[in-house]
Design a binder for this molecule. Structure first.
Ligand code: SF4
Length: 626
């Protein structure tokens, strides 16, 4: 591959691929027929169709930027260039075709693979076909079993157009929100790109665009950029091995075991709208997931047809000793989505436990199908979790176990309510934000929920049982688990929340080997911060107290603290005096206990005040901004 020397510091040099795209950019912007988006790539990145004058201006401004910065505009230019080609209809995938790729590619197949580059792809085509992939190829005109995206260097944009429509249509991501789109696609897109052989500078840039938009990729071993989720591999066997292991694909290999969904399940169905014709279940119905002493299995009612069923009970027991009662609630919520992967069914549960399954016109709910979907969905979402036993009950049998279920739920709430940093044996860690926040290690405890606002049980479940979504990793983290558990014994400083075992873990997990962290302290060794924090907590020396500022607050706190100043000082590191936190941590009983807790708050921004107004002990002593 060319441009090896561009890695990380390509800024300032003209990129031959980008220059070529600029040179061949047509004068006029055209739309593609057969799509409501007109120009899907432009809609994804810009939120609107292209104005050629602006595009040229933007591209001109980016000419000396790094490839990582210019690859998105390069994609939009590629879209315009392809739209001007007289034969583009042959390669453009209309919305109808895209829908079919989504439903065949993610339902009936392992996923999509895009073979990129001008090499002869026939061997790879054959091997991916054997693995049940839907194969797209640049230069695939001579191949029988592929969807040909054309011979030109800009062919990759057709694959990107499919990806972004998957995000905008099925993922519900708004056009223009390419950041969220990238996150969704990286987790959920059923596809992978294989850069096959030598790529031209234009192709390299477009590959980078695909990867930045969340496509995992198999790249040559001398691939120069450290961006996105990728594996370097060469030779057919190694390429196949690498490509089939990306966790976003519909077939997952976890520790040599294949985990996939039944053919009648498709994750894309979870968000598909349909007109509800009938519903089954009622106030007496239930859906529950709990730990149990069970093996894999399914138990069904005599009559598997659940149409017109008033009372339905679904009890899922998990025979995995690592599952505790409190974590079962989060896995239960996720398991419910397994039913909605079945075409024409949508399951829901109210806070009070009222369980219903809505059915689309002509769809007959069937106990065996639902049980199989659940049994396969749970390990699909949590790949290391073992022994899923699904029991479906109807009629009087529901009443018989309803009381037991209610007692379990009540007990579970009590257990969750009582969990504190002192009562649990394990804390958990998450390194998901390290790709952009180098030294950040989130320590997740009952009293210190994650700063990004995620449910702490979501991260705990992921640490224990793996997870279907995987973030990008830095190369040096390739062999490192992204989440895990830390067994804690006694705190070395209870008030500030300092633990010997946590310090040891942070030293191992942070690239700069941070030695000490106080979970509820601020001025000495605060928790590291990433960039996803919902609020920043900071020390204001002149007030001898704590300030709390909401994300993107536009005003200024005492001592000239602004959001940008604070966030830039805290992001990706440990900064004494500033720490990122979530809404849930603001309301934690142990909020900044080492600094005096809520008693020590002296300045607060409006949204932070809304979160805390019922808890602040002396609101009159706190400076507030209206
Ligand atoms: S902020 Fe959230 S996603 Fe990021 S490391 Fe912490 S828990 Fe993980």
């Amino acid at each position: 591959m060319q441009h090896k020397d561009n890695k990380g510091n390509g800024k300032g040099r003209l990129h031959p691929g980008f220059e070529k795209l600029l040179r061949i950019l047509p004068d006029k912007a055209r739309h593609y027929d057969g799509t409501e988006f007109g120009q899907p790539a432009a809609m994804a990145y810009l939120g609107k169709r292209v104005d050629m004058e602006n595009l040229r201006k933007q591209a001109g401004e980016l000419r000396t930027s790094s490839p990582e910065q210019m690859c998105e505009i390069a994609m939009v230019m590629a879209e315009m260039i392809e739209s001007a080609a007289p034969d583009h209809d042959k390669y453009f995938q209309t919305d109808t075709k895209t829908r079919s790729h989504v439903f065949t590619g993610s339902k009936w197949r392992s996923g999509w693979v895009f073979l990129m580059g001008n090499s002869n792809h026939s061997e790879l085509e054959q091997r991916f076909k054997e693995r049940d992939f839907l194969v797209f190829a640049q230069n695939g005109g001579n191949l029988k079993n592929v969807i040909d995206l054309g011979p030109r260097e800009t062919a990759a944009v057709y694959f990107l157009q499919i990806m972004v429509r998957y995000a905008m249509i099925w993922g519900g991501i708004n056009p223009g929100d390419d950041h969220e789109m990238g996150h969704l696609l990286e987790k959920d897109m059923p596809g992978v790109v294989v850069a096959h052989g030598k790529l031209t500078p234009v192709e390299e840039l477009l590959l980078l665009g695909l990867m930045k938009m969340g496509a995992p990729a198999v790249v040559p071993t001398d691939y120069p950029w450290d961006l996105g989720s990728y594996v370097g591999a060469e030779g057919t066997d190694r390429i196949i091995e690498a490509a089939t292991k990306f966790p976003n694909l519909r077939v997952k290999e976890i520790q040599g075991k294949i985990i996939d969904l039944p053919v009648f399940c498709n994750p894309a169905n979870i968000t598909v709208e349909f007109e509800v014709e009938s519903s089954i279940g009622s106030g007496g119905s239930f859906f529950v997931l709990m730990p149990g002493d069970v093996k894999n299995g399914i138990e069904l009612p005599k009559n598997e047809d659940l149409t017109h069923c008033d009372a339905i009970g679904i009890m899922i027991e998990i025979g995995d000793k690592r599952l505790d009662v409190s974590t079962s609630e989060y896995i239960e919520k996720d398991a419910l989505r397994g039913i909605s992967t079945i075409t024409g069914l949508r399951a829901g549960q109210s806070k009070e436990g009222k369980f219903l399954i809505h059915c689309a016109k002509g769809v007959k709910p069937n106990a065996s199908i639902i049980a199989e979907a659940l049994q396969r969905w749970i390990p699909y979402e949590f790949p290391y979790l073992k022994n899923v036993h699904v029991k479906i009950l109807t009629g009087d049998d529901v009443k018989k176990v309803k009381l037991e279920v209610e007692e379990f739920r009540a007990e579970r709430q009590k257990v969750i309510g009582k969990e504190t940093d002192d009562s649990v044996k394990y804390f958990h860690y998450c390194l998901e934000c390290q790709p952009f926040s180098k030294d950040h290690v989130c320590i997740i405890t009952p009293d210190r929920p994650p700063m990004c606002g995620r449910d702490r049980f979501q991260q705990k479940a992921a640490a224990l049982f793996g997870v279907s979504r995987h973030p990008w990793k830095r190369r040096e983290l390739e062999g490192q688990e992204i989440r895990g558990s830390i067994e804690v014994t006694n705190a070395t400083d209870v008030k500030k929340g300092e633990y010997f075992e946590v310090n040891r873990a942070i030293e191992r997990l942070s690239p700069s080997h941070i030695k000490r962290v106080q979970l509820h302290g601020l001025r000495e060794f605060p928790h590291t911060s990433c960039g996803c924090f919902q609020f920043l907590v900071f020390w204001i020396e002149s007030l001898r107290g704590i300030g709390i500022m909401e994300r993107d607050y536009q005003g200024e706190a005492p001592e000239g603290f602004t959001w940008d100043k604070l966030a830039n000082s805290a992001g990706g590191k440990q900064t004494p005096g500033i720490v990122g936190v979530s809404r849930n941590y603001l309301r934690s009983k142990r909020f900044m206990q080492g600094e005096g807790g809520l008693d020590a708050v002296r300045w607060i921004s409006p949204r932070a005040f809304e979160v805390l107004k019922d808890l602040l002990p002396h609101p009159n002593e706190v400076q507030m901004v209206k």
